[in-house]
Design a protein around this ligand. Structure first.
Ligand SMILES: [Zn+2]
Length: 954
């Protein structure tokens, strides 16, 4: 007995000799000796250590003579090596951490990871802390460094979470974003004295740089441009000794590169790489890499002479997508903008991989600006583990030094964002093992297998099913796939998918509740809540009943008709769930650090909208069986009155009981009174024997117009079918309908922005719009606009419907009035453009500068100004600029978002010299409860507005 005890004790001793103990029976076994510079980092570690162990490791400045000591040594390093750390065991009771002020945190993270601490999500219930009483580290030396060593970061992400996963939150403008604006501020370089030396030559003339400052390009072959860049970078580095990176990425205008003799000479060379990439259908824009990268190399060489530990970011993007014929300085990193999900298509992957390979021959460092959007852009959880894994490993193996992801933080994408952050530090990670580990930490061992099955389904869905939809195939060759909530990817869902997924998620919740800890239960509930959002999105769009190519057969039409109660139920449910998500989820962990993201989500999803799929179904009302099911299901539906009216309207429209105000809507008797280039043609017909073959009178935008009767203060509905040849390149052509009343002064009686519909080649596309026409004087025009096509190209138009439309929306009482202040809260109406507001809008204290490029846009205040019929709105401001614009207000029912008759928009002619505008505009419309002030800016126009005032006059 005695002998046995001795043996046990000996083996226990030999174990402890091999391992370095930090915790035993719940008591701390080591102290930490750390310099002051990392004292806070040690505190963060201790707070996390305590959540698992219930205790802390004492922090001292003096090294004690006995007991285990964790000694932290902060060592200087080159900037590039700042993520490197090592852990060694120099003597029996000594553990030594060596690292920089940055990487000491990563070494301590390493210890927490060995304890089993994980961070599946950011925020108050994001971490996983197993309860432990004993913990030791094997006495094995560890040396680590980041995979992407120069810069790794995720757009809008919680910074604590980024640090917990070994990343370094950093402003993208310090390396990977557009940098010319910082180096060449236009307040300075807009001055005449720089005209002949810095301003670029556009259309044969030196072009003055005007606001906003990220649009123009200086002349890159000018010695002065080089000198000024060097001078300014010296200044920045002198003032900010902690800064080691400079963004040299060119500006973001359209065809703004200088064409002076020297620039043109360099850029006239045919790019060798362009030839190699011709086999891919990507559209390569004009190539200015020779002049631009010559400048980059010259500037970098001179800066390095004085500041040798500096790195420079440039982007393979638009005019500089292709590498030049020479090598870049070793301190230049080239960032490629691409979305790994689209690489699921071998041809897309081929293009980007070939491009990155070409770049890695010319640059010492590469990187990526990746697009990992989830909620707000996609209403199903978008995970693509396999492709992301392949892409990040590929980049790391091809000189990757930077990884950056743009996206919207949310819970529903599960492990996606966690994985990105893990990859940034450790690109060679084993994705399957990482995922298994994440599932267990996130919801507990018992629930994990079900959560794994759930995300495996989505990984397969996006990889093997969504890639067969028109949505994917139309946009896969763009910089990123089309970001559309409720988009065509939904139709890749199959019957029963959502029920199967719900069963899995219910098992996740039950098992987490039964055997998980408090955080695991909360996370399971949060994941379930977002699943319900996706579930509602699928059902309200009839995704399971509509085939991958749309509503193309009678069987699906009947199924959709039978599913009407479910469609209506979920269309009403989703905004409720969306609001619950806003209330339940911690702000710091969901919706991102940029408040506008959360707002964007709120605007998109918390309002109730009529399910559009029912309008699509109306195309099948010719079939008596479909019609009968529709009639019985809609009659029984429990829905708002306005929906009921819309549902009945669709039926009446089809039955022909609402008179179509377009004579000969399918062009059987000829072209009628349409003003448009082209004529009737038998080549295609949606109904009857022919359609109208429309010829683009000019590039970009062409229109067909018809004068029709319109009554004052009525609402109208316009729809048409548009066919594009199957061979036409996808993702280029769009169409929109527009209804424009004309008042007794012979000017427009209404203003609104109709939606654009992308034209899918090889099929009849439906376009539609509704509008209230204000005080139209018995007449107006209907327009069918075709956008994005070239002069002389053709599309086919058929089955034009224009009818009066009553959706039963009642006007609200107008309420008391209030004045409105200047530009706080104003936004761009186009959601896609709003994401990149900084490109188009620059707000200063009392003024705003707007710049439209390829696309016109509307800038408005979401805050309603309360008015009533008969009020007068006085608007005054100062304005300067160039191009075309308009201003005024949009009219709404109550204080909501339902537009009503009474919009007033005045045209503005923009001039260089500031002008004062002051007008009184009438509030004219029974239904108006509020107005929202607005500015419209035409394509390639710019304006600066100051001293804006809006007041009410009696
Ligand atoms: Zn030039």
């Amino acid at each position: 007995m005695k002998r046995l005890f001795f043996l046990l004790a000996a083996s226990a001793f030999s174990l402890s000799a091999a391992d370095f103990s930090l915790l035993k029976n719940g008591s701390p076994q080591a102290v930490i000796v750390a310099p002051e510079s990392v004292s806070k980092t040690v505190d963060i570690f201790n707070a996390e250590f305590q959540k698992s162990s219930g205790t802390e490791l004492k922090k001292t400045a003096e090294t004690p003579t006995d007991g285990n000591v964790i000694e932290i040594k902060v060592i200087p390093s080159k900037y590039f090596d700042r993520s490197r750390f090592s852990i060694t065991f120099p003597s029996q009771n000594r553990m030594r951490i060596e690292g920089t002020e940055t990487s000491v945190r990563f070494a301590l993270n390493y210890i927490l990871e060995q304890m089993g601490v994980r961070y599946p999500f950011p925020g108050p219930f994001g971490g996983h802390y197993p309860k432990i009483t004993d913990f030791s580290l094997p006495r094995k030396a560890v040396a680590r460094d980041a995979g992407f060593r120069l810069f790794r970061n995720m757009y809008a992400e919680n910074e604590d979470w980024e640090r917990a996963l070994n990343n370094i939150p950093q402003d993208s403008y310090e390396l990977v974003n557009h940098g010319i604006a910082e180096l060449f501020p236009i307040q300075e370089f807009g001055q005449e004295k720089w005209k002949d030396s810095v301003w670029g030559v556009i259309d044969g003339q030196r072009k003055k740089p005007i606001a906003p400052d990220f649009v123009w390009e200086p002349c890159y072959t000018s010695k002065v441009t080089e000198d000024e860049a060097v001078r300014r970078i010296y200044e920045i580095l002198e003032k900010n000794p902690e800064r080691h990176t400079i963004a040299l990425t060119h500006n973001d205008g359209f065809n703004q590169f200088c064409t002076c003799e020297n620039c043109a000479k360099l850029d006239s060379k045919e790019s060798e790489v362009a030839g190699k990439l011709k086999k891919y259908p990507q559209r390569l824009r004009k190539n200015n890499s020779e002049s631009y990268f010559t400048w980059v190399n010259n500037v970098v060489k001179r800066v390095l002479e004085k500041y040798p530990d500096t790195y420079f970011g440039v982007s393979a993007y638009t005019e500089t997508l292709l590498p030049p014929g020479f090598k870049l300085n070793d301190h230049v990193m080239v960032n490629v903008c691409t979305e790994s999900y689209a690489h699921t298509d071998p041809s897309v992957r081929g293009f980007w991989e070939d491009l990155i390979r070409e770049w890695s021959q010319k640059a010492a460092m590469t990187g990526c600006w990746e697009y990992g959007y989830g909620l707000t852009a996609f209403t199903l959880p978008r995970v693509n583990f396999k492709e992301t894994d392949r892409f990040i490993k590929f980049l790391a193996e091809n000189k990757g030094a930077v990884c950056f992801t743009e996206g919207f933080p949310s819970f529903g994408d599960g492990p996606k964002r966690y994985l990105y952050l893990r990859y940034f530090y450790h690109p060679q990670l084993d994705v399957r093992a990482e995922l298994d580990d994440w599932y267990r930490a996130c919801v507990g061992k018992e629930a994990a297998p079900y959560l794994k099955q759930y995300y495996d389904f989505w990984d397969d869905f996006w990889r093997n099913k969504a890639t067969k939809t028109a949505w994917f195939n139309e946009s896969k060759f763009s910089t990123y796939t089309a970001m559309v909530p409720d988009g065509g990817y939904l139709f890749a869902l199959e019957k029963g998918d959502m029920a199967k997924l719900r069963a899995l998620m219910e098992k996740v919740v039950v098992n987490a509740d039964r055997s998980g800890d408090e955080n695991q239960k909360k996370r399971a509930a949060a994941l379930m809540k977002e699943f319900e959002f996706y579930e509602a999105s699928a059902y309200m769009n009839a995704a399971e009943w509509i085939g991958i190519n749309g509503l193309t057969d009678k069987k699906s039409a009947l199924e959709v008709a039978n599913a009407i109660p479910k469609i209506l139920e979920y269309a009403q449910k989703r905004p409720v769930i969306a609001r619950e998500i806003l209330n339940i989820f911690p702000k710091e962990a969901w919706g991102g650090t940029y408040p506008y993201m959360r707002k964007n989500y709120e605007e998109k999803f918390t309002k109730t909208v009529f399910p559009e799929v029912l309008s699509e179904l109306s195309a099948w009302f010719d079939d008596p069986e479909v019609k009968k099911v529709y009639e019985s299901k809609t009659a029984a539906a429990n829905v708002p009155e306005s929906w009921r009216k819309t549902m009945k309207f669709l039926l009446d429209l089809n039955a022909g009981t609402i008179p179509n105000l377009v004579p000969d809507p399918s062009f059987e008797a000829g072209r009628g009174k349409w003003i448009a280039m082209g004529n009737v043609s038998p080549k295609y017909a949606k109904s009857g024997k022919q359609s109208f073959e429309f010829i683009m009178p000019r590039s970009e935008k062409g229109e067909m117009v018809l004068r029709v009767p319109m009554k004052a203060h009525k609402k109208y509905f316009l729809s048409a079918k548009v066919y594009l040849d199957a061979e036409y390149p996808p993702d280029r052509a769009f169409a929109q309908g527009c209804i424009h009343g004309i008042n007794k002064h012979n000017v427009g009686s209404n203003y609104y922005i109709p939606v654009r519909t992308k034209l899918v080649p090889g099929k009849w596309n439906s376009i539609s719009t509704t509008a209230a026409v204000g005080d139209a004087d018995g007449k107006g025009d209907i327009y069918i606009f075709i956008l994005g096509m070239e002069k002389g190209e053709k599309v086919y138009v058929d089955d034009v419907v224009f009818v009066e439309f009553d959706d039963g929306e009642k006007p609200a009482e107008s309420v008391s009035r209030q004045p409105e202040a200047a530009f706080s809260g104003w936004v761009i109406s186009d959601m896609e453009m709003r994401k990149e507001s900084a490109r188009y809008v620059k707000v200063e204290t009392d003024k705003v500068t707007l710049a439209a490029k390829e696309k016109p846009f509307t800038y408005f205040s979401p805050k309603p100004v309360l008015v009533k019929n008969g009020d007068k709105v006085k608007i005054s401001f100062k304005v300067s600029g160039k191009g075309s614009a308009g201003f005024g207000f949009l009219a709404y029912e109550g204080t909501g978002w339902k537009q009503v008759d009474g919009n007033v928009i005045q045209p503005l002619t923009l001039k260089n010299e500031p002008e004062t505008v002051s007008v009184v505009l009438p509030v004219n419309g029974e239904g108006i409860g509020s107005v929202r002030p607005v500015f419209n800016l035409g394509k390639e126009s710019e304006m600066t507005i100051s001293s804006y005032q809006l007041t009410l006059e009696k």
